[in-house]
Write a protein that binds this ligand. Structure first.
Ligand code: SAH
Length: 370
């Protein structure tokens, strides 16, 4: 069988020569089936078995003939993640540590929001990881301490919502997915895009694009490509208001200056109703002055934006402090008065190290223990 070198199908090929079907989108599955001399519609059957029924073995695919199932099992495999631990916080947040097939550990965090005003089901946000570790080395973030171990496959990314949903049962559907766990999603764009397609496809996980957010340090070319390829929400971790300030905490600023970043954000081809979310981790005495608030408001000019303030989650490995609530409020009020949509992210799951910037430590310790 011939496959284009960087095609989705070739990337789903594992070192052992088997194709991991969880890393295939529907067209890669069709290509796989065609290569095996099978009808196209078989691909859709396999696709649904995996993403809608959650089967983990080709032999469970009962609408496919035994001979075909056996042939599939010779040529392909169904990737898996094993739950190494599931912890629940006093606030209801659940942290999943997964063991990948190569022994690496990654984390996902499920954040229920029962207090959402209005009728309907509670919001259930799942925060997923996209890499083992991270190469971006933002100084305040614990995942950065690990360095980049490897990219997650498309399967390892999209399996996180599938398996968490199986764990919590069908009565409480995951409503939102945020790629804000371990890793920089746009440093693993090819796999992230395949995973996103499987999250969005109505024959697979069937999430609305309005409920999926990809968060990035601002890798400009990948960000532009994502915005033109898929209609998902984009969040940019800004975290500073001047070039020098951002350089000291986010080394990526040396490659893409803030000016380049803001220009790219102004020009991003966004669907009409969409805004870019700017995440702003507030660190006491570093970027929480009212001068920062003023500069941030200026930066937001001409961008379809909203700001999400994230008071720093303190941890024993850093001297960084979170600003007082009063300061956060004052900062927010300033922006709101400038007519900038501004929210403050509540810290969730701190007691189980599941809060923003805390992921990776547990996974690392667990990997050592295993
Ligand atoms: N690499 C992507 C995805 C990670 S998202 C990105 O940077 O956007 C993680 C978010 O948590 C980012 O906005 C990051 O700035 C923020 N963060 C990291 N450490 C934090 C901490 N200790 N407290 C609060 N937020 C933190």
């Amino acid at each position: 069988m011939t496959t284009r070198r960087n095609s989705t199908l070739s990337r789903a090929n594992r070192p052992d020569g088997l194709v991991d079907v969880t890393s295939c989108d529907i067209s890669a599955l069709e290509e796989l089936m065609a290569g095996m001399g099978k009808e196209r519609f078989r691909a859709l059957q396999v696709y649904k078995w995996i993403w809608q029924r959650g089967v983990t073995d080709f032999h469970q695919m009962t609408n496919i003939s035994k001979a075909n199932r056996a042939e599939l099992a010779n040529r392909a495999t169904i990737g898996q993640l094993v739950a190494a631990s599931i912890q629940e916080s006093t606030d209801g947040t659940r942290k999943y540590v997964w063991q990948c097939q190569d022994g690496s550990n990654i984390e996902s965090v499920l954040i229920p929001d029962e207090n959402r005003p209005g009728p309907g089901k509670p919001r259930m946000t799942l925060c997923v990881s996209t890499q083992v570790g991270c190469a971006m080395a933002c100084t305040f973030c614990l995942t950065g301490d690990l360095g980049l171990k490897r990219n997650l496959s498309a399967g390892e990314i999209a399996l996180q919502p599938l398996l968490v949903q199986q764990d919590i049962g069908p009565d409480v559907p995951i409503t939102n997915i945020v790629m804000m766990g371990m890793g920089e999603p746009l440093h693993n764009s090819d796999n992230v895009v395949v995973a996103l397609r499987n999250m969005l496809d109505e024959e697979a996980l069937n999430f609305s694009h309005r409920r999926i957010t990809v968060s990035t340090v601002g890798l400009i070319p990948a960000m532009k490509k994502l915005a033109s390829d898929l209609p998902v929400n984009i969040a940019v971790s800004l975290n500073a208001t001047t070039e020098e300030q951002r350089r000291t905490v986010m080394p990526i600023t040396k490659r893409y200056s803030m000016e380049m970043l803001m220009q790219a954000c102004r020009e991003l081809p966004l669907p009409r109703a969409k805004r870019i979310t700017f995440e702003y981790v507030m660190m006491a005495g570093f970027n929480d002055s009212m001068d920062d608030a003023r500069r941030l408001a200026v930066l937001m000019r001409g961008v379809k934006s909203k700001v999400n303030l994230i008071p720093y989650n303190e941890n024993p490995d850093r001297d960084i402090r979170r600003p007082s609530e009063a300061r956060v409020k004052e900062f927010q009020n300033y922006l709101v008065n400038k007519r900038i949509h501004t929210s403050v992210r509540t810290t969730r799951g701190r007691d189980i190290s599941a809060a923003c910037g805390q992921l990776g430590k547990a996974a690392e310790t667990m990997a050592k223990r295993l």
